[in-house]
Design a binder for this molecule. Sequence first.
Ligand SMILES: *Cc1c(COP(=O)(O)O)cnc(C)c1O
Length: 372
Amino acid sequence: MDMLSNLDCEATGAPGVLTIDLAALRRNYRRIAEMVAPARAAAVVKADAYGLGARTVAPVLYGEGCRDFFVAQYGEATSLRPSLPQDATLYVLNGLQPGVEADCAGRDIVPVLNSLEQIGRWRSVAQLASRRLPALLQFDTGMSRLGMAAEEAEALATDPALLNGIDVRAIMSHLACADDVEDPHNAAQEQSMLRFEDMFPGVPVSFANSGGAFLGPNYRGALVRPGIALYGARPTDLPVRPMERVMTIEAAVVQTRIVPAGTAVGYAATHVTEGERRLATLALGYADGVLRSLSNRGAFYFDGIRLPILGRVSMDSTIIDISDLPAGTLKLGSLVEWIGPQQSIEDVAEDAGTIPYEILTSIGHRTLRRYR
Ligand SMILES: *Cc1c(COP(=O)(O)O)cnc(C)c1O
């Protein structure tokens, strides 16, 4: 693969290269969209599309027919709005923050309303503007994170004037355990959601994230909200065909050396060599997303050979053992794979004691991004 070539002109001088396969992203979207039809597939592009670049990712998904885009924060919506055509809808999951109401209405950004107080402010803006304003209403079905409780839903259902001027596009909720198909919490949340649906007859429902989409039609409603599956990580513990890998990340070699037995490696000398070793120092560290919990645990790969991380991961660099490669294989500027065809993001996340979401969203801004 040319991604792994030793002399990569475009990457010259870069500490690392993040390669994003937009064709694979498209195919992942299409696969989810086909699976959930007749429900519509939105795309969750919060946190800069999980670190892959929302301003590139969102228009590509628009090209595949996606018209609904979810971000978490208002600032994410305003910065993404110019990258999307007018018929794309942008939703803000974290709710309607005080002070942004008029701007939000003016930019046609759709807030997810998470409380009666937020509904009240949106209703006032609608009255002032003398037009109906779109919103989603979020209810809490068992996560205690965002959204209204059953009593607040009752209040809305018994006094529809509370929603005057608000065009409720859908009611929504979020699953806490969707990646675990066996977890009884999923069915409990589904039952809770059915009670909210009864209070808002005929209003479309948005319920499932990536994992939820695989739990089956009961969880899909009218609008599914996949994030991680689009970006190629495993969305569920079901034995389904995995999503296509979208990202590859490689690190550049900045120094190699041979050290004798008994040599201390890295901060705090947490590794001491047992025999003569060949080491390489890579230009990515924890500031670039190589989590410090990978110290003395994770690995990089080259030509199918596992190259273990030795010692502590530093802020800007990581030391690996390259003794299993033929001498001279790696030179200054050579790229070694961290995540890609040789090592999955799931394996890296497990080594780091975390989840693929955190690995993706931790990739720093010093890494060169390439789209193909
Ligand atoms: C992040 C998020 C999603 C997407 O979740 P994935 O597991 O990445 O598919 C969907 N809905 C809400 C409310 C979210 O916060």
